[in-house]
Ligand binder design. Sequence first.
Ligand SMILES: *Cc1c(COP(=O)(O)O)cnc(C)c1O
Length: 368
Amino acid sequence: MIKLAHPDITPREIAAVTKVLKSGTLSLGPEVEAFEKAFARYVGRQHALAVSSGTSGLHLAVRGLGLKPGDEVITSPYSFIASVSCIRFEGARPVLADIDRQTLNLAPEQAARKVTRKTKALLPVDIFGLPADFKAFQALADKHQLHLIEDSCEALGAEYHGRRCGSFGAASVFGFYPNKQLTTGEGGMVLCDDDALYARMAAMRNQGRSSMGGWLAHHVLGYNYRMPELNAALGRVQLSRLKAILAKRKAVALRYRKLFAENLPDFQTLADFPGSKRSWFVFAILVPPALKGHKRDKLIMALQSSGIQSAHYFPALHLQPALKDLGYRVGDFPAAEDASMRSLAIPFHHQLTAADQERVVATIKRFV
Ligand SMILES: *Cc1c(COP(=O)(O)O)cnc(C)c1O
């Protein structure tokens, strides 16, 4: 079986986690603090808070910025569900706007058309590791005095005009699920520059405790969104190896691109755009329009029976059963729906050999 994803774990990660296990300090210890410091420095932010998942990080950002019922937050229909759920957790309304057909990111001009008096924030996603158009989103946020939240969960190491993803807006979030560029098993990081926002999010992460009060003094409504020491130790080693991890992923991606260009030129692979440096998260392709929807799903099954995992990344969010009550319908976001019906993520990780990749492309070619 050629797997869709596989974490890049070395003896160094295993040693670091074992060391924590032997130390007896499994939570609220030095590993989390050291991971946060190193991560903030890497991304170029004042503050980083390690959390239990990317989703909990997004929730802290939304709640920390004071978004509440009645507020509208503009985001993308072509993303992972968490970028919309985090808005709903606080009873605010996700207002979706269509994506750009080339970048697959939220289109700034579409987002601009959705601004109303109730709009309080913009939440662009760096989809498939490609930076959103932050020059345009920052200008839109400034014009209407909106908070800007960056969902950079897929974009660790990506750059927009020389600046790292995760450094844009009032707050930004990363996720460390095992298919991400850096993994902690489960985990995430929420970053900001503002001291007061940081203090609010830190308290909410830790049962509403403040840095001044004691263990059983709870100042605000809080959650347990803490990252354990074991996961932070794993993340710290991953971060120290990140340059090598990203280079390996890029090499695999470029090999795929070449194979598609030579063998299946009407399949669209993720492109480069001027000013942006993509960080490779998954290798998603868009099948030709003639193969969209049902045929694409048959291709997924054909790959499966040849021992190759693949997946439909991403189904359009506005058509998800969980978001039905938002009232969106088929046809509302043609670009996102087209990408959704054509997208296919194929095996992508550092252990993939050139022979594996040739087999994946040859199997697709045979199906076509
Ligand atoms: C991975 C991801 C998240 C966070 O997911 P968790 O599983 O909660 O860590 C959020 N948004 C996007 C776009 C993601 O890809």
